[in-house]
Design a protein around this ligand. Structure first.
Ligand SMILES: Nc1ncnc2c1ncn2[C@@H]1O[C@H](COP(=O)(O)OP(=O)(O)OP(=O)(O)O)[C@@H](O)[C@H]1O
Ligand SMILES: [Mg+2]
Length: 407
């Protein structure tokens, strides 16, 4: 794969709807061999997008594709090879790709990101040179190779999915990823930091497992881990402090509850670089034997309380937990709007199904006053009717996107 950005043929048309200064919007999206999509293109305005349609038509797949235009494994946390469209190749599959850099038919996504300061062509796809457990994705920005961390500042995004209904009940990994995504929006360096920490951690474990590691190399890896660990923890703590202020100022009177967030940092009270380095080095034997790093921000956790109920989020009802998540995501979007003049793209999978009419109206009002390009999915388009005139309505038929009228 040479260049996923070349999937988009030509410039996009100028916006029919003027782009508010703080809006960041996808204007053109092309999916190739991505799950249920063989090859399809969607052109949309910067307004919110409602993806409506029957079960299994590809709504979540579309949001997942967009989410892969950011670091990590997307909103399903899927393995890269799982995403490849599973279908027998037909003769025509070869036809479209002849002469294109995608002749190998690996999955690829390309999009035009439009912001007040210009348009960017971004793309990502499965790399043709690493397969199976070693599968990697390649990433492009305006035709040049890039890192997915580069997209964080360009197209910040946040998502909420039905799988997150259990976010407060499951193990800490998903909560940590949720928190890190909140941090990305105001601290684009956070993605690079977490990548560097994880790379050093993996390399240290590999050395420890292989036996007889070079102590100088181990020292250097542990120093990198300690520095990155402290920076990661500080960035998470800063975001939590900002969010707590934002949530408190939103108050408890609104349609979504006030939450209070706290960080478990995973550092076991080793709060400076020297203590953390000595902690890592003291744990070499135990970590080597267990095959896991037993201290560090990769074990941190996000603790959430429902302020009015004075209860841990995990003890709240499913609907209350969902409402807390919506509160946190909206508070983060408002923070980004105020502090960086950029509103993240919101991917809200089946969100309105949980909400009563009053909360649905409150959510739509917030999305519209944020000027966010929110992508919302649902099986019943009538639930979105208050957005008529303010959002694009799209369905998927036979693997192709279709813009339809609200009537
Ligand atoms: N790798 C793949 N190759 C081909 N098809 C896939 C792949 N992965 C998933 N699918 C199929 O994609 C289809 C659409 O899935 P998706 O989750 O996007 O549906 P949906 O429109 O969100 O449905 P629902 O309303 O039930 O949530 C499903 O039928 C699923 O089996
Ligand atoms: Mg779905």
């Amino acid at each position: 794969m040479e260049n996923t950005a070349r999937l988009l043929n030509g410039a996009i048309e100028r916006p029919v709807v003027a782009l508010p200064a703080e809006t960041i919007a996808l204007r053109k999206l092309r999916l190739v061999n991505f799950r249920s999509y063989r090859d399809t293109v969607l052109d949309v305005s910067p307004r919110p997008v409602v993806l409506a349609g029957a079960n299994g038509t590809g709504k979540t797949n579309c949001l997942e594709a967009i989410s892969l235009l950011s670091p990590g494994r997307g909103l399903r946390n899927a393995k890269l090879t799982e995403i490849q469209r599973k279908a027998p190749l037909e003769p025509t599959d070869r036809g479209w790709s002849e002469g294109s850099p995608f002749g190998d038919s690996l999955w690829a996504i390309a999009a035009t990101v439009e912001r007040q300061d210009g348009s960017w062509e971004v793309g990502t796809g499965l790399s043709p040179i690493a397969f199976g457990a070693n599968a990697k994705r390649t990433t492009h920005l305006n035709g040049a190779p890039a890192q997915s961390a580069d997209f964080v500042g360009l197209a910040p995004m946040l998502w909420l999915t039905p799988a997150q209904d259990r976010l407060f009940l499951e193990a800490s990994g998903d909560r940590r990823r949720f928190l890190d995504r909140l941090v990305y929006g105001l601290d684009a360096g956070h993605a690079t930091r977490t990548n560097r920490y994880e790379r050093a951690m993996r390399e240290r474990l590999r050395l420890l497992r292989d036996g007889f590691p070079d102590p100088v190399w181990l020292d250097s890896l542990e120093t990198t881990m300690a520095c990155e660990a402290l920076a990661i923890t500080e960035a998470r703590a800063n975001m939590i402090a900002l969010l707590n202020d934002e949530l408190a100022s939103r108050g408890t009177a609104g349609s979504f509850p006030c939450a209070h967030l706290a960080l478990e940092d995973g550092l076991e009270r080793a709060n400076d670089a020297a203590s953390l380095v000595s902690k890592f080095s003291g744990l070499r034997r135990r970590d080597g034997e267990s095959g896991r790093t037993t201290v560090g921000p990769h074990l941190g956790d996000l603790c959430v309380r429902h302020t009015a109920k004075r209860a841990d989020a995990r003890d709240c009802s499913t609907g209350e937990q969902k409402a807390l998540l919506i509160s946190i995501v909206l508070a983060n979007a408002w923070l980004q709007k105020r502090r960086s003049d950029a509103v993240p793209i919101l991917l809200l999978d089946e969100i309105v199904a949980h909400l009563d009419a009053q909360r649905r109206a409150a959510l739509y009002e917030e999305i519209l006053s944020l000027h966010a390009q929110a992508w919302m999915t649902g099986t019943d388009k009538s639930l979105f009717s208050p957005l008529k005139g303010d959002a694009s309505l799209v369905t998927v038929e036979a693997g192709q996107f279709m813009q339809i009228d609200w009537s």
